[in-house]
Write a protein that binds this ligand. Structure first.
Ligand code: CMP
Length: 139
């Protein structure tokens, strides 16, 4: 089925001018960028977005890494978009990511791993609504 998922190109990647190269990986996989904006996350926004990880030892560091430079938030649309996006991002830890995936190509570390993607269709709906009004999504 056609799905939508929330994608974030993280500060480590925007800093290195990799937005276009990462978008090419997404588009070459058949995903369509149907909404996109470059924004500076506040501590409160990054903390709320990653609230599920609040008790993890890496939470404070994750929040500060996500606010260190602008991010590009996007809605990607396509057949099985949630899973397809996860496949082309590769494993969270770039050392475990398959060759050719965004994280194998570009990630610096498990934390500075260049991209975020929703992990389920249900979370995708919540995460898309966190950043976008329905009127900003233009398939
Ligand atoms: P993301 O897919 O955005 O979801 C949560 C993020 O937390 C993850 O990518 C990484 O940036 C970060 N993360 C996950 N595991 C670790 C870890 N063990 N150490 C540091 N950061 C992590």
């Amino acid at each position: 089925a056609t799905e939508r998922t929330l994608s974030i190109i993280k500060p480590d990647a925007t800093r290195r001018n990799l937005t276009g190269k990462i978008n090419t990986v997404f588009e070459d996989s058949g995903l369509r960028i149907v909404a996109q904006k470059r924004i500076q996350l506040s501590d409160a926004q990054a903390g709320a977005f990653y609230a599920v990880h609040k008790e993890r030892p890496f939470y404070a560091s994750l929040v500060s890494s996500m606010t260190a430079a602008p991010v590009v938030v996007q809605v990607l649309e396509g057949e099985n978009a949630v899973l397809r996006h996860r496949e082309v991002m590769g494993a969270t830890d770039p050392k475990k990511a398959d060759a050719g995936t965004v994280r194998a190509l570009y990630a610096e570390s498990i934390e500075a791993n260049s991209v975020h993607g929703s992990d389920s269709l249900e979370n995708a709906k919540t995460e898309i609504a966190f950043f976008f009004a329905e009127t900003e999504i233009l398939p």
